[in-house]
Design a protein around this ligand. Structure first.
Ligand SMILES: [Zn+2]
Length: 294
């Protein structure tokens, strides 16, 4: 089944909610980057949050989430847009630790507990919107919750989770975000808190076969959920040979000339999706001509 995300309103539009099954999307990232389980959980949680944050955008808007902690996986970078496209990578994909004392993948240890979470939104204005908060937990769910509270002044409850098979493939991945609009009454808040506390982890709900809609029914009550949009989500990169060609042009004539005479070729690779693009000597000569005209 393909991944999708739902947006919903609840409690007389006092509450906005998002839920996503991101199993295939995270699976694709795992295959492309050959991540080990702890890294898969960290990257998958960030990509799942990123997909839902992308769904809060409009039209051609897009965003980049960066988690830069002091743990061994290094930086996590995730790009997403308003159309359900998400891509991401980590500095060190092959990191794995024993499960933590709760029996879960030890994302905190992989990410680290010191550092920053930043979000840059390209919303078509000259200046991008950007927000940055310190890492408060390293488990990522709490960190994104903190980001929403501080940088966007939106009280939110966010859950993201990833389960990994013994062969390192992704068993289940998904998440939810519940956001309180200004003026949400106390009764609604305590009802939601109570319900979140008794709901199983989101990765478990996905593993049990719950759809994104059903996850929101669990969290908010079936009668309370008004789904307003359903959107496919997938791993998609924006790279192409043409883009890499333009990047080579921007290196300038002397650099390109050096590639031609010294290597006779250029091999490039996209960080986000690991796709490789190879340029032959002839192609580099054409690129050099273009650089001369630029
Ligand atoms: Zn790519």
């Amino acid at each position: 089944m393909s991944d999708y995300l739902v947006k919903a309103l609840s409690f007389d539009k006092q509450v906005r909610a998002y839920a996503v099954n991101s199993t295939e999307t995270v699976g694709e990232a795992q295959r492309r980057h050959q991540t080990w389980p702890t890294t898969s959980a960290a990257l998958g949680r960030a990509m799942t949050a990123g997909a839902m944050m992308g769904a809060m955008l409009k039209g051609e808007e897009k965003l980049t989430v960066k988690v830069e902690g002091d743990g061994p996986i290094g930086a996590i970078i995730v790009d997403s847009d308003a159309k359900g496209h998400v891509r991401g990578y980590v500095s060190n994909p092959q990191v794995h630790f024993d499960l933590n004392e709760k029996g879960k993948l030890d994302v905190q240890r992989a990410v680290g507990t010191n550092g920053t979470v930043s979000v840059v939104k390209d919303i078509g204005l000259r200046e991008n919107f950007s927000g940055q908060v310190p890492i408060v937990s390293g488990e990522l769910g709490e960190d994104f919750t903190y980001y929403f509270a501080v940088s966007e002044q939106t009280p939110s409850s966010l859950g993201v989770g990833v389960l990994v098979n013994p062969d390192n493939t992704i068993l289940a991945a998904g998440g939810f975000i519940i956001q309180l609009m200004p003026g949400t009454d106390e009764e609604t808040i305590s009802k939601i808190e109570e319900s979140i506390n008794k709901t199983p982890p989101v990765s478990k709900m996905i593993q049990d076969g719950l759809s994104p809609e059903e996850i929101l029914y669990q969290l908010l009550g079936e009668d309370n959920v008004q789904v307003i949009e359903k959107m496919p989500v997938k791993f998609q990169c924006t790279c192409s040979k043409e883009r890499f060609g333009r990047a080579i042009i921007s290196l300038g004539e002397s650099e390109i000339q050096e590639m031609i005479t010294e290597d006779g070729k250029a091999d490039t690779q996209c960080h986000f999706c690991n796709a490789e693009y190879h340029f032959t000597k002839e192609e580099l000569k054409d690129i050099l001509e273009e650089a001369k005209m630029a």
